[in-house]
Design a protein around this ligand. Sequence first.
Ligand code: SF4
Length: 280
Amino acid sequence: MNKKIILADKSGFCFGVKRAVDITVDQKKSADAKLYTLGPLIHNNDVIHRLKEKGIDQIDEDDLETLEPKDTIIIRSHGVTLNVIGNIEKSGSKMVNATCPFVTKIQKIAEKYHDLGYQIIIVGDENHPEVVGINGWCNNSAIITKDGSNLSDLPAKVCVVAQTTERLFNFEKVVDIVSKKCEEVLTFNTICSATKERQESADEVSKQVDLMIVIGGKHSSNSKKLFDICRTNCENTIFIENSLELPTEAFDKEDVKTIGITAGASTPDWIIQDVIEKIK
Ligand code: SF4
C-alpha cells in the first residue's frame, strides 16, 4: 500500500547552524594550519563525522592552552562566555566567531543590562551551552529558570531573556511571575523565529498523521522539544538520528497510512532526504 509522506514545511538546518557549518567549511578551504571547533560544531553526529573526515577536529575549553598561534578555532553558533574568548585571545591563535547573530544579540542584552544594574534572568536550560555562554556575558550572575519556580528574593530591577530554543509558554510564565514580584521588569522575547516556525510546523503536521518521525541529534534540545510537541498530538511519534535508526516495523503497519516528518535545526537536508528515501 502506498503511504503518504508529509514533510513539515519548516524543518532541518536553521539560518544560524547553516551559517556556522558554511563558515567552518570555508575556513578549511583557506586555512593551511590546523582548524578546530570549540566543542562539537552542532548537535549532529553525522555532520561532526563528516567534518572530521575533512580534517576539522574539536577542542575542549580545558585544552585551549594547547593551541598554537598558527591554529584557527571556530566558535559555534551557541556562542561562548567572554572568559573563553579571553582565553582564546591569550593563546594567540586565530578566532573565527560563528556565534549565531540571534545569540550574540542576547549576549549583548545580558551585558548591557547587567552593567546598568539589572538582575538578568534567563529562561532556559542551565546546562545548555548557549545559556552558559549568555551567563558569561553578565559575570555569571544570571538567575536561570525553566518555569519560574526558583524565583524568590528578587531585586527591584530585573531583565528577562530566553534561550533561543525555549518554548513561548515557559517564557510567558516566567514574565508573569516576575511582573508580580518586581518593580521594574524589562522583558526581551529572544526565542528564535526558526525555533517557533519549526515547532508550529511540526505541531500542524503531527495532528494529521498516523506516525510522526522527528529527526535530530540525541543532544539537540530543539529536536527534543519537537519530539515533545509531536508526541502530544500523535502518540506514535519516534525520534531518530538518521535513516539507520528507522524501525521499519513502525511504518509497515496497515493502519499507518500517513507519515509525518520533521527535523531539528541541526539536521542537514541530506539526512532528511535519506530518511524519506528509506521509507519509500
Ligand atoms: S535556532 Fe535560531 S538562534 Fe539558534 S542557531 Fe538557529 S537561527 Fe540561530
